[in-house]
Design a protein around this ligand. Structure first.
Ligand code: M6R
Length: 609
């Protein structure tokens, strides 16, 4: 989604901002822009639609004047189309602003601004911000006072970078409900919506708290809280050395990240298992009576797998909800309940808002995340890192693998503490998990079957994914992966629900991907579903393990297109079955020539609701 990067103190300011914007490209955007403050104390702005390369070309043709202060933005359109006019920075008179988030009361503010004779040029909500600040400046306030007067008028979520010609040697930043950090360099001070943007420049960061205003000059950083008091916030050292991501010889980040999955599982086992003892941060599992798991998108499907783990291994009833639904339903929550927020980025606006709701209602908060410095991690009582490393492709793969692996360990830990698992079963589960990296590597090497099956989707407009038990969430995830990167409409369903509606879609053009494992006792039922599809001339695809494949009757074995995975016990079946679903989506997308790593309209980190 939108990204911000800015700095003061380097003669190379514009280039540093441009490179920072490139680092944020993976988050998804449709236009970009840069503002710089020239030596003459005048702000200049350049903006372009499309990739950062378009902005770079524009700057090569029409460079910005030399400057030691600049700020830039990648925009993911919310209010107003993706045009150069609507791209950020937005400027009213002497004030320029870059903004992540949404100003919810912008209509009301526009009327007020129009009444004050300021004409807004764009369709955006953002333009109201520099206008409000300029109106405050017009009342002879200092720059800081103008910000302190204008910002409380804003409703919604925002992270802002602000430059004012009235105060040309200062860069301002603030945030509410959207992340923003300050980077500390050597004589250079930075702002960024994601530390990754500054990976080459610093590893020292201050994360702004709600309504903080940061005032950056070349030699000083001063912070004020929402009440106008000067405050200090902790400086955190973040090791970003491994994060300067490259494709490492792979054609796409997504492909590389899928191949990193065995390593992700190994990282998790190394972090949370020592001499066959689980070392996850201990929760009060013995007393927990219910759990709420909240997340969005792929992380939500990981939560559905997690529900199976906690229910089957530890006998704890679990509710899993989409964060955007949960947060507005005002669900009653049992006091001292456990609330688990899952988020790769740790910045998903709905998940964060659901977490805040749970916090207000006395829940104990556990964050399962790939970003331990994120807003969600910072708001949680306990954090479980999934150790997937930076995920660049918009379509989440290795983070999903990390999430479901962590849930398997969590289920085992809870089951052990609640005495629901005997030591023999515990050892068998651990053994399966230890063998998992090798099984994943074996599954990843099965590329011939994945590419051959992808060909069945060449002319498809739609596809169905069916699974039962722990494989049901994977059917949902498989459908999401396919639609995200290939733009083919796809639905995931519980196999048993097919007869209740989706079967009407089946004809000779419809690929139907069935997931069946020999480890869950549900194989026969899935085979019946496949026969029903076959009888209606659907294209039957079966992802199954080698043992189940050998038991298929001759008819199915002849007509179905098979992808086989290694046979594994139920605890690791979701991980192993995940791989062919990801690979299938990947190969269909490359066959159709889509932008695999940055699919249209999508953002990596959804920081607006
Ligand atoms: O960063 P999060 O895990 O909170 O993100 C949640 C979803 O936005 C994310 O999983 C999304 O669905 C992915 N694009 C799926 O591939």
């Amino acid at each position: 989604m939108c990204g911000i990067v800015g700095l003061i103190g380097s003669p190379n300011a514009t280039n540093i901002v441009l490179n920072g914007l490139k680092r944020l490209e993976y988050r998804g955007y449709d236009s970009s822009g840069i503002a710089s403050m020239g030596a003459d104390s005048l702000i200049s702005i350049q903006k372009a639609v499309g990739k950062i390369a378009a902005l770079e070309e524009l700057l090569a043709r029409t460079p910005l004047p030399p400057a030691i202060m600049a700020m830039g933005h990648t925009r993911w359109a919310t209010h107003g189309k993706a045009t150069a006019l609507n791209a950020h920075p937005h400027r009213i008179d002497n004030v320029a602003v870059v903004h992540n988030g949404i100003i919810e009361n912008f209509q009301e503010l526009r009327e007020e601004i129009a009444a004050a004779d300021i004409t807004l040029q764009t369709e955006t909500d953002t333009e109201t911000v520099p206008a409000l600040i300029q109106l405050a400046l017009n009342q002879s306030k200092s720059a800081l006072q103008a910000l302190q007067a204008a910002l409380p008028r804003l409703e919604g979520a925002f992270a802002l970078g602000i430059m004012l010609e009235d105060d040309p040697k200062t860069l301002y930043a603030t945030r509410r409900g959207a992340p923003l950090c300050v980077g500390i360099g050597d004589g250079v001070h930075y702002i960024a919506s994601d530390p990754l943007a500054l990976a080459e420049h610093t590893n020292k960061f201050i994360f702004l708290e709600e309504d903080d205003i940061a005032v950056l000059t070349t030699d000083k950083i001063t912070l004020y809280n929402g009440n106008g008091q000067e405050v200090t916030r902790p400086t955190q050292l973040i090791d970003l050395s491994g994060i300067l991501a490259t494709k490492g010889g792979y054609k796409h980040f997504m492909l590389k990240e899928m191949h990193e999955q065995p390593a992700v599982v190994s990282n998790i086992l190394a972090a949370y298992l020592e001499d066959d003892v689980l070392t996850l941060p201990a929760l009060n599992w013995a007393d927990i009576t219910s759990v709420n798991i909240i997340a969005c998108g792929t992380a939500y499907y990981a939560g559905l797998v997690g529900k199976n783990n906690l229910e089957q291994l530890a006998g704890i009833p679990v509710n899993v909800d989409v964060a955007s639904e949960f947060r507005y339903r005002n669900p009653p929550l049992q006091k001292d309940g456990l609330f688990i927020a899952i988020s790769q980025s740790g910045e998903t606006a709905d998940t964060l808002a659901a977490l805040e709701y749970a916090k207000r209602h006395g829940q104990h908060i556990l964050a399962v995340t790939n970003t331990p410095t994120s807003s969600i991690a910072r708001a949680a009582d306990v954090v479980l890192n999934i150790y997937a490393g930076q995920e660049i492709a918009v379509a989440s793969t290795k983070a999903f693998m990390g999430m479901i692996t962590v849930f398997a360990l969590m289920g085992l830990q809870a089951g052990q503490i609640r005495k629901k698992i005997d030591s023999q079963t515990f050892t068998a589960h651990l053994q399966a998990l230890k063998e998992l990296p090798a099984k994943l590597t074996q599954t990843l090497s099965n590329d011939a079957q994945h590419t051959k099956t992808a060909d069945l989707f060449r002319d498809a407009n739609s596809a169905l994914f069916l699974g039962r038990g722990t494989l049901h969430p994977l059917a949902l995830e498989g459908a999401l992966k396919l639609k995200e990167i290939s733009y083919i409409h796809a639905e995931g369903y519980a196999s048993g629900e097919m007869k209740h509606g989706p079967i009407a879609l089946v004809d000779e053009h419809l690929p139907v991907v069935n997931l069946a494992s020999s480890s869950d006792g549900l194989l026969e039922k899935t085979i019946s579903n496949m026969k029903e599809v076959e009888a209606r001339h659907g294209k039957v695809i079966l992802i199954t393990d080698q043992t189940a494949a050998q038991t298929l009757d001759a008819d199915i074995a002849k007509t179905a297109t098979l992808i086989t995975v290694p046979e594994v016990p139920a605890i690791t079946a979701p991980m192993v079955f995940t791989v062919p679903l990801q690979m299938l989506a990947y190969h269909v997308a490359t066959m159709r020539g889509t932008d695999v790593d940055q699919p249209r309209n999508l953002a990596k980190s959804v920081t607006v609701e």
